[in-house]
Design a protein around this ligand. Structure first.
Ligand SMILES: [Zn+2]
Length: 250
């Protein structure tokens, strides 16, 4: 069974140390004052933020996902949730003044509880979020067509995939009216990719997100059209996306 183990990366400990120092120094200062000037409330003021920070950190840590497999998620505190109980995946972005910032974490809501994945502090975090997303999509599809359970397929990476192995990282097509003999096209195999959705819905010639049905690799499909008096030009570009890049288009 395929499993994704989420190891905390060094940046987590760095962040922990910085946050600890930020709350620890004032607490230490206040604590010292409380000893020299024995005032109990002062001591409480010193301990409270440190305790609160410690508590929140510990809670966050314990609720973080430790491993993902084909059946579910195991949290660091040992609690286990099954994909069959998955209700939704909420992506939480860093707030920015204008628009949304980078992805901070993904919340996996199960009917039995929730777990989080922080892609910036665990290695393979992006992969894990995409995995969870795929489980969500698969469960939804299965719920919609409960008839004929799809055959469990062995998932492969793109280089071993019969479709993707025939596609380069970036593929181009270019056609010019009146110069048909010089036209180039995307490889025929690209037609086997499944349309996921438009990235800018409503916009003419929106780029779209495609996915390989065999190995789940995502692609960005962009089209360009230029009207020229000498003959219009059509261009297509198909780019293979890494798990990290695909996430922003989901
Ligand atoms: Zn593929």
């Amino acid at each position: 069974m395929k499993t994704i183990e989420l190891q905390l990366d060094r940046s987590y400990y760095t962040r922990l140390a910085i946050m600890g120092a930020m709350t620890g120094f004032p607490a230490f200062g206040l604590g010292y004052m409380a000893i020299t000037v024995p005032v109990l409330p002062l001591l409480l003021f010193a301990i409270l933020p440190l305790g609160l920070w410690g508590g929140v950190t510990l809670l966050e840590y314990r609720r973080g996902a430790k491993a993902l497999d084909e059946e579910g998620v195991t949290r660091r505190d040992g609690k286990r949730f099954l994909w069959d109980d998955l209700q939704k995946i909420k992506l939480v972005y860093m707030p920015l003044k204008y628009g949304k910032g980078a992805l901070n974490h993904a919340e996996l809501h199960f009917s039995t509880g929730q777990s989080r994945i922080f892609p910036r502090i665990v290695d393979r975090g992006w992969e894990a979020i995409l995995w969870a997303k795929r489980m969500e999509v698969e469960r939804k599809a299965a719920a919609q067509s409960s008839a004929a359970a799809p055959e469990a397929q062995k998932r492969k990476t793109f280089d071993l995939c019969s479709i993707c192995s025939q596609l380069k990282e970036v593929e181009f097509g270019f056609q010019k009216h009146g110069r048909e003999d010089e036209n180039t096209f995307l490889p025929d195999v690209s037609k086997s990719l499944q349309f996921v959705h438009d990235i800018k819905p409503g916009q003419t010639r929106s780029p779209s997100l495609l996915q390989c049905s065999e190995c789940d690799t995502y692609y960005l499909y962009e089209i360009e059209y230029e009207y020229l008096a000498t003959g219009s030009e059509d261009g297509q570009r198909l780019t293979r996306l890494t798990a990290n890049d695909a996430l922003q288009y989901l």
